[in-house]
Design a protein around this ligand. Structure first.
Ligand SMILES: [Fe+2]
Length: 135
């Protein structure tokens, strides 16, 4: 069972970014599965850590493309990345402390943020990247 699944409508027309996004979907779906199965803190913490490092890796890719193409809306976009990175960090710390296990609300936040970010903020760079040869 999946929390959400990738659709072609989510494409930003850049192969490497689309596959990063699919990987992020996979990790969040794995978190959902782990929670549904009632997995312990170790498993959840491992998955949140994976989400944390993959998110940073992926944001770096986008941010590099912003620099090399002089993307005009980079500042606002970077601000959104910063908010998400600190949210994931906060979740990781909560899970590791064990006093507030990973909750369905956290899962909903991750899913909603990612979907909305792709559909609104990421899609906004699609034409700019394509015009600048990023495919
Ligand atoms: Fe982004």
């Amino acid at each position: 069972m999946e929390l959400f699944s990738w659709k072609n409508d989510y494409s930003v027309k850049v192969g490497s970014i689309d596959s990063d996004h699919q990987k992020l979907f996979d990790i969040i779906n794995s978190l959902f599965t782990a929670m549904s199965k009632g997995e312990g803190r170790q498993v959840i913490s491992g998955l949140v850590k994976e989400l944390q490092s993959y998110t940073i890796y992926h944001f770096n890719r986008e941010e590099t493309f912003f620099r090399v193409t002089s993307y005009p809306n980079a500042a606002n976009h970077l601000e959104q990345h910063k908010i998400f990175v600190s949210k994931v960090k906060e979740y990781k710390e909560k899970v590791d402390k064990g006093n507030n296990d990973f909750s369905p609300e956290m899962l909903t936040y991750l899913k909603d943020w990612l979907l909305n970010h792709i559909l609104v903020t990421d899609k906004a760079y699609s034409d700019h990247f394509t015009k600048n040869g990023i495919v």
